[in-house]
Structure formats: C-alpha cells, structure tokens
Design a protein around this ligand. Structure first.
Ligand code: B12
Length: 226
C-alpha cells in the first residue's frame, strides 16, 4: 500500500501536480511514514525522472518548473518535521547555491536536514557571489560553508569561493554538493568535504565540527563533543 502511494507521489512530481503532492504527503505522514522516506522514495525518484526527460528533450524548462513547484509544496509540509530535531546547537552553517546557478531544491533539503541535526543554518539563497559568502562568514562566524551547484558551468565557481576563504585566512570549513560534483572534484579544489545527498551532508558536517554520530536505523544522533 505504501509502495503504491510512494509511486503515486513520484508520478505527481513528474506530472507537476502540486495539489496531489500535498495530499499524498499529508496522507503518508498520517500513515506514520517518515519525512525522509517520503523524500527518498517518493519525491526524489520523481524528480530523477524529470531530470532524465529534461536531458532527453522530452520535456522543457516550463514543465520542469512546474514539477519543481510541486516538489517544493511537499517540502513545505515536510520542513517543520525535518527541522525539528536535536535541541543542542552543534554548529553554524552558511549555505548557498553558487553564482550563475538558481537550482535550490537540493540545497534547501540539505539546509533542512542540517537544522534537524541541530545546526544553525544561514541560507544565502541562489546565485551567490563570492563577496556574499565572504561577508556572511565574517558576520556569522560559521563553522562550515556549504556550497551547491547543479550545473557543470557553475561548479567551477566553488573554487573561487574556496580560494578566497584561504586568501583571507578565514577559519571555516568548506563542504560542497550537487549533481555534477564529486569527491574527486572536492579534493581538486581543496574543499574539506563532499556529500552526495542530504543525509550524508549531515554526517560530514558533524565530522567537521567534531561531533560523533551513531546510526540508529536511518537516523543519526549526537552522542558527544570531542
Ligand atoms: C529542477 C531542475 C531545474 C529547475 C530548478 C528549480 C529550482 N528551484 O531548483 C529549473 C527549471 C529552474 C532549471 C533550470 C535550468 N536547468 Co535544471 N534541472 C533541474 C533538475 C531536473 C532537478 C534538480 C533537482 O532539484 N534535483 C532534486 C534534488 C533533491 O537533488 P540535488 O539538487 O542533486 O540535491 C541533492 C544532492 O545533489 C546534494 N546536494 C545538493 N546541494 C548540496 C549542497 C551541499 C553543501 C551538499 C553537501 C550537498 C548538496 O544533496 C541534495 C539532497 O539529497 C536537474 C536534473 C538532475 N538530474 O539534477 C536539471 C539540471 C541540473 N538542469 C540542467 C540545465 C541545463 C538547466 C538550464 C541551463 C536549462 C535552460 N536551458 O535554461 C537552467 C539553468 C538555470 C540556472 N542558471 O541555474 C542540467 C544541467 C546539465 C549540466 N551538465 O550542467 C540538468 C542536469 C538537466 C539535464 N539532465 O540536462 N532546472
């Protein structure tokens, strides 16, 4: 039964059916399913299909925008649940999608999951220039700067930010993510961590602030400060 509803949810993202996405999100939550399961097994697989159809020129920007809007409507319902987490503040993270790039769904999910794990998150939004990252670092004194890029043409800008942080001698760790980014790329540009999804981003962020995690089913929780 859950499988069928999750499949319907993926289809609702593909169809860009916002109302259906909202309805099924509420239904699954009512049936006791976790926000993470709804994300990983309902919404994200739907968006994966959208990505493939977009790549293959079967659908175009307007359809993708409608699918993104449907997914965001579900995320708005999930957000309070994803962000209510550990009470202890484990660190601060400034996060943004880099200059030239307006994709923000993945970045928003990462931000929500970090909040749920006890991080204070300052979201700089999309199309974020290096100056904006640097100003935020100086003002907020975060432990981590998270950067997102979904385009092969914008991922290079992450190096601009990493280099500037080093040049200014700022004491902050860098973490990067987004579909075209990889561990090898992180190493190449000198970023401290790469994570392939939001759950992994939480683990890497905790590593960076020296907080240990233990796996409890698919959740993780803070057990100690080093
Ligand atoms: C939705 C979408 C759009 C929407 C964005 C809406 C929005 N508000 O975000 C719209 C329609 C606006 C759009 C526009 C464009 N898009 Co687009 N888009 C997508 C699509 C289909 C899905 C992206 C998405 O939201 N995925 C779902 C989320 C949950 O996954 P995610 O973003 O990967 O995030 C996860 C991880 O990557 C990671 N992560 C992400 N960020 C971060 C950050 C940190 C710090 C960490 C640790 C982890 C992390 O964790 C996330 C959660 O698990 C992708 C296809 C794809 N396969 O990625 C194409 C895609 C990225 N787009 C593409 C293109 C070409 C474009 C356009 C240039 C199209 C055009 N001709 O105008 C424009 C660019 C606009 C711009 N300047 O940015 C190409 C890029 C190709 C390339 N090689 O660069 C893709 C890959 C489609 C394709 N297959 O061709 N797009």
């Amino acid at each position: 039964m859950f499988e069928k509803i999750l499949q319907e949810m993926s289809q609702a993202v593909i169809d860009g059916n916002k109302e259906k996405c909202e309805e099924l999100t509420r239904k699954l939550l009512g049936l006791g399913r976790s926000p993470k399961e709804i994300l990983d097994r309902g919404l994200v697989p739907g968006m994966d299909v959208v990505g493939i159809r977009f790549r293959d020129n079967i659908i175009f920007v307007p359809e993708v925008l409608i699918s993104a809007r449907a997914m965001k409507a579900s995320l708005a319902i999930l957000e309070p649940l994803l962000t209510q987490g550990e009470v202890k503040e484990v660190g601060t993270c400034v996060i943004g999608t880099v200059k030239g790039d307006i994709h923000d769904i993945g970045k928003n999910i990462v931000g929500m999951m970090l909040k749920g794990a006890g991080f204070k998150v300052i979201d700089l939004g999309v199309d974020t220039k290096v100056e904006k990252f640097i100003d935020a670092i100086k003002r907020e004194k975060p432990d981590i700067v998270g950067m997102s890029a979904l385009l092969t043409t914008t991922m290079g800008y992450m190096k601009v930010v990493v280099d500037k942080i080093k040049e200014e001698g700022l004491a902050v760790k860098t973490m990067i993510g987004g579909a075209p980014v990889s561990q090898a790329f992180a190493e190449k540009i000198g970023a401290d961590r790469y994570a392939k999804n939001a759950a992994e981003a939480v683990k890497r962020a905790k590593e960076l602030v020296g907080v240990a995690t233990i796996a409890v089913s698919d959740q993780s929780s803070v057990i100690s400060h080093q």
